[in-house]
Write a protein that binds this ligand. Structure first.
Ligand SMILES: [Zn+2]
Length: 307
């Protein structure tokens, strides 16, 4: 990111001469959760651009000069606001007249990334609480997502009041779909035999498990750089899976299932993928799959994992 700044500034100087887009209200989103929220509220009104390419890893994305120009020229930037897209803040602060901005992590009560028993630490050492990062995956709780949609719709209405009725009704419909999901998850947890999920991967679901009162074990905290977990971590997860007799080991989308298969084979259970909506595949992006659909795919997974 930093190495790109000189290039960026040159491009921005050039872009100042470029004409403003006249195609209505425009939003630039850093990643999928931001894109999905803005798209839901705008409906067909205005345009939303996602900078992260579909199907790619969201934590290591580096913006290119074209992204800077898009940010400089749009009406509103929506971004997560954590470590994975901190480059958005850098770009905004480099602009003389930055567009309005909205960070998902500014909307809800934040949690620290958690170092749980058995987890791999990023560098093999234990950390002080002060060295931990804020967990940026606020959208993984449907309750948080509903708050995000409501707050974002307020911001969009304030910037484009002519279309207030459309934005408000789009937001209300979306929130209703999200809260249906919330009710489903709540009922699954209430009626389940178990309370603990085992993830053989990173664990970006702290907001989800806290919302529904679930317990968990995982190989890595938050979205720590995923390398091979140590033999110790794998052994710990195998023991937990056997002890709790879990029906499946979970892993997250766009991640290697190899470790999960190893643990599942040892513990004699299945592997299932829990979608955390970091990004979507290119085909899901083209077909316009949204938060309620993608999060809804987790209903069966959760049912299976807890029973
Ligand atoms: Zn993440």
């Amino acid at each position: 990111m930093r190495k790109l700044l000189p290039v960026i500034l040159v491009f921005l100087a050039v872009s100042c001469a470029a004409e403003e887009s006249s195609e209505g209200f425009s939003v630039v989103a850093s990643d999928f959760p931001s894109y999905d929220a803005a798209r839901a509220i705008l409906g067909g009104k205005g345009g939303v651009t996602m900078l992260l390419p579909p199907g790619t890893e969201s934590h290591s994305y580096d913006p290119n000069p074209r992204d800077m120009i898009k940010i400089a020229e749009c009406d509103l930037v929506v971004y997560t606001g954590g470590a994975s897209d901190e480059w958005v803040r850098t770009i905004l602060s480099s602009l003389d007249s930055p567009p309005a901005s909205f960070a998902l992590t500014d909307q809800v009560q934040l949690l620290w990334e958690e170092q749980k028993e058995g987890m791999e630490t990023e560098d093999g050492h234990q950390h002080d609480h002060s060295e931990h990062e804020i967990d940026e995956h606020v959208w993984t709780s449907p309750v948080n997502e509903a708050v995000i949609i409501r707050n974002l719709s307020d911001v969009i209405v304030s910037l484009d009041p002519m279309n207030e009725d459309i934005y408000r009704s789009n937001a209300e419909e979306y929130i209703a779909r999200i809260m249906e999901l919330d009710a489903e998850f709540r009922s699954i947890v209430e009626n389940s035999e178990r309370n603990t999920l085992i993830f053989a991967s990173r664990f970006p679901l702290l907001y989800f498990v806290r919302e529904y009162g679930l317990d968990y074990y995982a190989a890595f905290p938050g979205c720590a750089e995923e390398s091979e977990p140590s033999a110790r971590t794998v052994a710990f997860l195998i023991d937990k899976a056997k002890e709790l007799e879990v029906p499946c080991i979970l892993t997250i989308e766009l991640s290697s299932e190899l470790i999960a298969r190893t643990i599942a084979e040892e513990a004699g259970c299945d592997v299932r993928v829990f979608n955390t909506l970091h990004n979507v595949t290119a085909s899901d992006f083209r077909s316009g799959k949204d938060y309620p659909e993608l999060m809804g795919e987790n209903i069966e997974v959760l049912k299976e994992a807890l029973n």
